[in-house]
Design a protein around this ligand. Structure first.
Ligand SMILES: Cc1ncc(COP(=O)(O)O)c(C=O)c1O
Length: 379
């Protein structure tokens, strides 16, 4: 008889985003992936090409090269020490590491709904219980600190916040973040602030949670900000005791992040790619405006204009009567029109009735994809 798997894997699956993308073939129009389509910035690639032969590509210090940690600490704010930084395999490892060192069996972790689909699974892997806090369409999906605090119990060990938010594109207001920080300051819990989309904003800069409370872990990466998802460079910045534990977890789990990626990250964070990144952001703004115009023209579906990220969270609830759910509609849309979208249910209960459309692809792809979505729901 085969050995049963460990209980912690019971009910665990790849996220719905991955499963839907796995069903797509290359002929599909993919509005599903959470990845920018811009290449790695040229300045970073040139730097790697020119220098790779002179670099020692062995293990790096477990927590990352000192120079890289210095750059990250400097970006994190005044008085942050490089010792508070751990370089991780993307933001995903930073999230898992933070949860693993903070959460005991049975502890509750508040997560956003709608929110990044990995959050509940990562919390469960760490032994905790995910508990959703709602981000509502009537609040433009913005954080309401008082409502969130009403869900804190004596079992709550961590609160995950994500601004700009995947999948809604909402940027939480500085006022709400300050209210949250004040409300949580005296409680024995940590805020894990996932800021991977912080540089992808179209209006006012997105406020960081860093420094607002003593117990805050900020998580970030180069995946979205620098279109460097495959280099797997992420990090967290944490209070010294948490940072120390995260580094231990990280050493045991992965030893260190590939040295080559870290050299590339140093160059990226020194600002050599910034001009190209500004141009990318302008292009993304064009794609956002175009995608919204296409949704208006071809579907008439409501949505809240995203202030950040590269997602449009489109309300298809008025056309779901003939489907079992947003998942059913997304699967039939894929089968019938060959368009990949992510059903809102993947992001939580409140996401049901929505589809997430990525506007990372080029204009022609966006127009054809959204035109087909309109045809599918009218048909
Ligand atoms: C909100 C959010 N957090 C974290 C991640 C993981 O990013 P990384 O590629 O840095 O691991 C993603 C990826 O889509 C994301 O959307």
């Amino acid at each position: 008889m085969p050995q049963p798997l460990a209980g912690r894997m019971m009910g665990m699956e790849k996220t719905l985003i991955r499963r839907i993308n796995d069903l797509a073939d290359p002929s599909c129009i993919n509005l599903g992936l959470g990845e920018l389509r811009f290449p790695t910035p040229r300045a970073v690639l040139d730097h790697v090409r020119e220098n790779v032969n002179s670099w020692r590509l062995g293990y790096s210090p477990n927590e990352g090269f000192p120079e890289l940690r210095e750059l990250i600490a400097a970006r994190a704010g005044e008085g942050v020490s490089p010792d508070q930084v751990c370089v991780t395999v993307g933001a995903e490892e930073a999230l898992l590491a933070a949860l693993m060192v903070l959460v005991e069996a049975g502890d509750e972790v508040l997560i956003p709904d709608p929110g990044f689909p990995a959050y509940p699974s990562l919390v469960r892997l760490a032994g905790g219980e995910p508990k959703a806090y709602p981000l509502l369409p009537e609040d433009d999906f913005g954080l309401r600190a008082e409502k969130l605090m009403g869900l804190v119990t004596d079992k709550t060990r961590a609160v995950i916040i994500n601004s700009p938010n995947n999948p809604t594109g909402a940027v939480h207001s500085s006022k709400e973040l300050h209210t949250l920080a004040r409300g949580l300051q005296s409680l024995p819990l940590t805020v894990i602030s996932d800021e991977v989309y912080r540089d992808i904003v179209f209006g006012e800069p997105a406020a960081s949670f860093a420094g607002l409370t003593d117990r805050c872990v900020t998580v970030n990466s180069l995946s979205k900000s620098h279109s460097m998802a495959g280099w797997r460079i992420g990090w967290c910045v944490a209070p010294p005791d948490i940072a120390k534990a995260v580094r231990t977890f990280h050493q045991l789990a992965v030893m260190c992040v590939p040295s080559l990626s870290q050299y590339a990250a140093i160059h990226a964070l020194r600002g050599f790619a910034d001009q190209e990144l500004r141009a990318n952001l302008e292009e993304l703004r064009k794609r956002r405006d175009f995608a919204m115009a296409c949704v208006d023209r071809y579907t008439g579906f409501p949505y809240v204009a995203p202030a950040g990220t590269f997602y449009l969270f489109v309300d298809v609830s008025g056309r779901l009567a003939k489907f079992d759910s947003s998942l059913d509609a997304a699967l039939k849309l894929l089968a019938g029109e060959k368009v990949v979208t992510i059903p809102g249910r993947a992001f939580g209960r409140i996401g049901e009735g929505y589809l997430r459309i990525s506007f990372a692809p080029g204009l022609d792809t966006l127009e054809e994809g959204i035109r087909r979505i309109g045809r599918f729901f009218r048909g």
